[in-house]
Design a protein around this ligand. Structure first.
Ligand SMILES: [Zn+2]
Length: 325
């Protein structure tokens, strides 16, 4: 029942229909799904509801059987840009109907029902919204968290390419001291102070290795960029045999590799990784109410058509304001 998203070249994939719904309106018994999927949907809604402490609004969900699926030609190139520019619920709905669910599995029952503080601590966005797996129901909060994550990574990439000013880098990532037990083995566990990289005014990204403590902010930011990308790609990408190419004179042969993923979100992060490796330029939308990062193609100044129009309106209003002085 998996969809395989090709990463090496474009090819046809089968997609199950996806629907956008208000979570409280979903009646599991009335869904056009097989009995096993209904059971899974119920469990998924329950567990997400607990993990998000009842704060679910909308969600994307599977809306049909295999016989209702449709085919698309999937090309990974550019998928990240489309994802990063999703703004409204409507945008997210259209994207998910076209490309499918992201492929983040629901938190498991032991995790959401546990009273243990150590297990409860794993119910953070950075854990539960990044756990690749088969899914039939995804809260919109999960989508928005990842859209925001891609945007933050693009901003970090943009700033490390453009500047070595600590001040500008600190607008994206900052260093904080945490006091706690950080050793992985019981005998190493003692209370100590360690430096952590955070998104500025946001979540922790990683613990700074000891040998980075003396490095410049630019080096730390580059390291963070590499590690955050690695964390999103690992566990999501598969390698398979592509073609066997024989070399007759030597009787040898070569096997080409083919990359693919079962999860749309991993395809998105893989495209982000490649965008960065190809040294593509990131620009910030010139609409001052937006300033979202985007990959420039041609002479584009705005992330989308709506921003172009809004910027035009703002210019007109500013002009009128000046004329009325
Ligand atoms: Zn914009």
């Amino acid at each position: 029942m998996y969809n395989y998203y090709p990463l090496s070249r474009s090819s046809k994939i089968n997609l199950y229909p996806v629907e956008f719904a208000k979570t409280e309106h979903i009646i599991v018994e009335e869904q056009n799904l097989g009995p096993a999927s209904k059971e899974m949907l119920k469990n998924s809604i329950d567990n997400w509801n607990k993990a998000l402490r009842g704060k679910m609004s909308f969600a994307l969900k599977l809306a049909g059987l295999e016989s209702d699926s449709h085919q698309i030609v999937f090309n990974n190139d550019g998928i990240m840009s489309k994802f990063a520019s999703l703004k409204t619920n409507k945008d997210i709905e259209v994207f998910s109907k076209k490309y499918g669910l992201l492929g983040i599995q629901q938190p498991d029952s032991i995790q959401v029902n546990s009273q243990s503080p150590a297990i409860k601590a794993t119910l953070q966005s950075s854990y539960i919204f990044t756990n690749y797996g088969f899914s039939i129901f995804e809260p919109i909060e999960l989508w928005k968290w990842n859209i925001n994550e891609v945007q933050k990574i693009l901003r970090l990439y943009h700033v490390v390419r453009k500047t070595n000013s600590d001040e500008l880098i600190n607008e994206i990532v900052e260093i904080k001291i945490h006091r706690g037990m950080f050793g992985s083995l019981t005998e190493d566990r003692e209370i100590m102070d360690r430096y952590f990289i955070h998104w500025t005014k946001g979540e922790a990204i990683l613990m700074l290795p000891k040998d980075f403590e003396e490095k410049t902010m630019l080096e730390i930011a580059q390291y963070t960029l590499a590690k955050v990308l690695e964390s999103h790609i690992s566990g999501g990408i598969n390698l398979s045999v592509g073609d066997l190419i024989s070399k007759p004179p030597t009787k040898g042969f070569m096997i080409t590799e083919k990359r693919y993923t079962k999860y749309l979100l991993a395809a998105i992060y893989y495209d982000l990784w490649q965008t960065i490796n190809d040294s593509k330029n990131v620009y910030l939308c010139e609409n001052k109410n937006c300033r979202l990062p985007f990959i420039k193609s041609g002479r584009k100044k705005y992330c989308n058509e709506a921003c172009k129009q809004e910027a035009y309106r703002i210019r007109l209003e500013e002009k009128e304001g000046r004329d009325n002085l």
